[in-house]
Ligand binder design. Structure first.
Ligand code: ADP
Ligand code: MG
Length: 319
């Protein structure tokens, strides 16, 4: 079973940033208003994620680590309308199988917190306010072949930061802080959507972009698109979200590119942050264990909506 878990972990946990993504997903699903990420050595030595969410009850701590145990959906049909980031119940089990994992949590009703050591199974009372801290140490220590594929600490840290940035753009109502090697690297306080964009991508991005707000039938597209002649555009700033979930999707990417087709002269990448809202029954999020890919029931409809949303935003006269 240990081996099966480690193989499954390979699909979910590729590098420290994958752990960060899954744990922040969990914090957000738990209703956190503040998420603090602490990393050592790019996350390889330590990833600690602290939230002020609902916590996990003492008797449920061991369950949270069990494979395919999720508290988030009750049946297959719930998958049709899944509103939480997680639903597969795989992440914690997978991460625990390739690291030293500690789960420290307290629900509002409990007199104390409890700490579970995943490797020994030991469970003991501990001190903490309501919420959860997950500590992941020595990632891939038992699978040196995987550990060898990791890049420098600086590169792994950059990927971790990118993972938090993606969440931060999706959830401006939540505060985020990222520490690396004991130093505060980024801090984004709860803000409006616009302010969060400015905080995360820089004031320049706000000045160099136009607002998108477009509705087409069951679809709504909102966000901002960088204006094509802005000098400061960054090649890797294409953020796309479907119902609040960060995705990498060919349909969206292609639609965005085609909206810019005659504007960028094929030279540079467009820069954008796009939020699609779509009837959950029209999109399948259970395509891949990392949930970063989605499948639309009608991808033409999505393509058209994204393209039109961006074209009309880019062609509107600017104030
Ligand atoms: P999933 O998110 O798909 O349900 P996970 O393996 O990520 O699966 O988490 C397993 C379970 O542990 C969750 O369903 C949830 O009940 C609990 N859990 C994990 N992290 C947290 C957290 N930060 N706060 C509250 N509950 C959590
Ligand atoms: Mg999860």
């Amino acid at each position: 079973d240990e081996l099966v878990s480690q193989i499954a972990a390979g699909e979910v946990v590729e590098r420290p940033a994958s752990v960060v993504r899954e744990l922040v997903d969990n914090a957000l699903d738990a209703g956190a208003t503040q998420v603090t990420v602490r990393l050592l050595a790019g996350g390889v030595r330590l990833i600690s994620i602290e939230d002020d969410g609902c916590g996990i009850a003492r008797e449920e701590l061991p369950l949270a680590l069990r494979r395919h145990a999720t508290s988030k959906i009750g049946s297959l049909s719930d998958l049709e309308s899944v509103a939480t980031m997680g639903f597969r119940g795989e992440a914690l089990a997978a991460i625990a199988s390739v690291s030293e994992l500690h789960l420290l949590s307290r629900t509002a009703g409990q007199a104390s917190a409890f700490l579970l050591d995943a490797s020994s199974g030991e469970l003991r009372p501990a001190a903490r306010a309501t919420g959860t801290t997950v500590e992941v140490k020595e990632l891939f220590f038992s699978t040196p072949a995987r550990r060898k594929f990791l890049k420098s600490d600086a590169t792994e840290f950059a990927h971790c930061l990118e993972a938090v940035r993606r969440h931060a753009l999706a959830r401006p109502d939540v505060g985020f802080a990222v520490w690396h090697e004991g130093k505060l690297s980024e801090q984004w306080r709860a803000a409006t959507r616009e302010q969060r964009l400015a905080d995360v991508l820089g004031e320049d991005f706000l000045a160099d972009s136009v607002a998108i707000d477009f509705a087409a039938g069951p679809l709504r597209v909102r966000g901002r698109a960088g204006i094509p002649d802005a000098a400061r555009s960054r090649a890797d700033w294409q953020f796309a979200y479907v119902n609040g979930r960060y995705v990498r999707d060919k349909v969206i990417t292609h639609a965005a590119r085609s909206a810019y087709e005659d504007l960028l002269h094929g030279q540079r990448q467009p820069v954008y942050a796009l939020h699609l809202e779509i009837d959950p029954a029209r999109v399948d999020v259970n395509v891949h264990p990392t949930k970063i890919e989605v499948r639309f029931r009608d991808s033409r409809e999505v393509h058209q909506a994204v393209r039109r949303a961006m074209e009309s935003a880019l062609s509107a006269p600017r104030a």
